[in-house]
Ligand binder design. Structure first.
Ligand code: NAD
Ligand code: IPM
Ligand code: MN
Length: 352
C-alpha cells in the first residue's frame, strides 16, 4: 500500500467535529484503494493560543512541510481577537505553502434543495478558481493617526504578474478539460483599474494558448446577481482572493448550503503540501452540539484524494456522498454530525 502522510488540524468550533467524520470516511476508503493513512494531529487554534500565545510555531510549520497533505477543519473563535488565528494560522499556511489555487467547486447534487426556483443540477456546475496568495489578503497597508479623527486605514490589494498568470493558467487548464470549455473572469475592472487591467490582459494573453476555451468577463457585482438568476452562465470562474471568498459563500448557498461546500488550497507543482478544508468556518453558534454537517469536509477529502493521484478513491467518496444527499429528503429526523459520517462511510464500504 502507498502511505500518505497526512497532517490533521482539527482547529476550532465545529472543526474537530467535522474533521472526525472526514477521517472516518478516509479510513473507510483508503484500504479499498491500496492507501495507508499515516495521520498526525496538530493542536493549533484557540486553545493553543490561550495556553501559549502561539498561532503557528516555526517548528510546526516545518513539520507540516514534510507531509503529503494537510486536512483542516476550521479556525477562529469568539474568544480570540478577530484575525489572529485566521491570519496567523490559516492564511500563513496558504501563503507559506504557496496555495495559489483555492479550488472551490459549486455543484448542485441531485436531491439537494436549492433556494433558486426552477433550477436543476444541470444549471449549477461550476468550478471557482480563487487566487489564494495575493489580493487584499496580502497584508499590505497600515494605519495612520490611529485613534484620532483623522485616522486612515489602508489595505492594499497585491496583484503580481507572476501570481495572476499562474492562477489564470491553471483555470484555463481546468476549463479546457471540462465539457463546456468556458472561462469567466470575475473582477471589478471598471473601478479597480490597475489590478483589473492586469487580470484582463493576462487572461487575454494566456487565452491565446487555449483557443478552444471561450472567455467571458463579469463584474463581481453583476456576478453575484447572475449566480442567483442565471447560474448556468458559469463554468470555470477565475477571480481574485477577496472576490472569490465572497462569491463562493454565495455559490454554497445556491448549491444547497454552506455545509456542502468543499475546497482545496492547492500548490499544483507539489513543492509544498496542499491543504483541504470545508469552505465554512468554525460556526461557534452550533459548535459542540452535533449539528454541523460534515459533508463539506468529506467532499474536501475527495478533492484531496484526487490531488494525491487517487482519483478512483475520490470518485468513490463522491458517489457515497451523492447517494447520501439523494436520500436526505427522506430523513424523518435531522441526522447528527457523526451519524452522517457513519452513513457515508458505510456507503463507501458497500460499494465493494
Ligand atoms: P461560518 O461559516 O463559521 O458560519 C456561518 C453560518 O453557517 C453559521 O450560522 C453556521 O452555524 C453555519 N454553518 C457553517 N458551517 C456549517 C456546517 N458544516 N453545518 C451547518 N451549518 C454550518 O462563518 P462565520 O460565522 O462568518 O465565522 C465564524 C468563525 O470562523 C470566524 O472566526 C471566522 O473567521 C472563521 N472562519 C474560518 C474559516 C476557515 O477556517 N477556513 C472560514 C470561514 C470563517
Ligand atoms: C475562507 C475563510 C477565510 C478566507 C478566512 C477565515 C481567512 O473565509 O476560507 O473562505 O477569507 O479565505
Ligand atoms: Mn470565506
Amino acid at each position: 500500500a502507498r502511505t500518505v502522510k497526512l497532517a490533521v488540524i482539527p482547529g476550532d468550533g465545529i472543526g474537530p467535529e467535522v474533521v472526525a467524520e472526514g477521517l472516518k470516511v478516509l479510513s473507510a476508503v483508503a484500504p479499498r484503494h491500496d492507501l495507508a493513512l499515516d495521520t498526525t494531529e496538530y493542536e493549533l487554534g484557540a486553545k493553543r493560543w490561550h495556553a501559549t500565545g502561539e498561532t503557528l510555531p516555526d517548528s510546526v510549520e516545518e513539520e507540516l512541510r514534510g507531509h503529503d497533505a494537510i486536512f483542516l477543519g476550521a479556525v477562529g473563535d469568539p474568544s480570540v481577537p478577530s484575525g489572529v488565528l485566521e491570519r496567523g494560522l490559516l492564511l500563513r499556511l496558504r501563503f507559506s505553502f504557496s496555495h495559489y489555487v483555492n479550488l472551490r467547486p459549486v455543484r448542485l447534487y441531485p436531491g439537494v434543495t436549492t433556494p433558486l426556483a426552477d433550477t436543476t443540477p444541470d444549471d449549477i456546475d461550476m468550478l471557482v478558481v480563487r487566487e489564494g496568495t495575493e489580493g487584499p489578503y496580502a497584508g499590505m497597508g497600515g494605519v495612520l493617526r490611529k485613534g484620532t479623527p483623522g485616522e486612515i486605514a489602508t489595505q492594499d490589494s497585491v496583484n503580481t504578474r507572476f501570481g495572476v498568470e499562474r492562477v489564470v493558467r491553471y483555470a484555463f487548464e481546468k476549463a479546457a478539460a471540462r465539457p463546456r470549455r468556458k472561462l469567466t473572469l470575475v473582477h471589478k475592472d471598471n473601478v479597480l483599474t490597475f489590478a483589473g487591467e492586469l487580470w484582463q490582459r493576462v487572461v487575454r494573453e494566456v487565452g491565446e494558448e487555449y483557443p478552444q476555451v471561450s472567455v467571458d468577463y463579469c463584474h463581481v457585482d453583476a456576478a453575484t446577481m447572475f449566480f442567483v438568476t442565471q447560474p448556468h452562465r458559469f463554468d470555470v470562474v477565475v477571480t481574485d482572493n477577496l472576490f472569490g471568498d465572497i462569491i463562493t459563500d454565495l455559490g454554497a448557498a445556491v448549491a444547497g448550503g454552506i455545509g456542502l461546500a468543499a475546497s482545496g488550497n492547492i500548490n499544483p507543482e507539489g513543492d509544498f503540501p496542499s491543504m483541504f478544508e470545508p469552505v465554512h468556518g468554525s460556526a461557534p453558534d452550533i459548535a459542540g452540539q452535533g449539528k454541523a454537517d460534515p459533508t463539506a469536509t468529506i467532499l474536501s477529502a475527495a478533492i484531496m484524494l484526487d490531488h494525491l493521484g487517487a482519483a478512483d478513491a475520490a470518485r468513490r467518496v463522491e458517489r457515497a456522498v451523492a447517494e447520501d444527499l439523494r436520500d436526505r429528503a427522506k430523513d424523518a429526523v435531522e441526522r447528527s454530525t457523526s451519524r452522517i459520517g457513519d452513513d457515508i462511510a458505510a456507503r463507501v464500504a458497500e460499494q465493494g
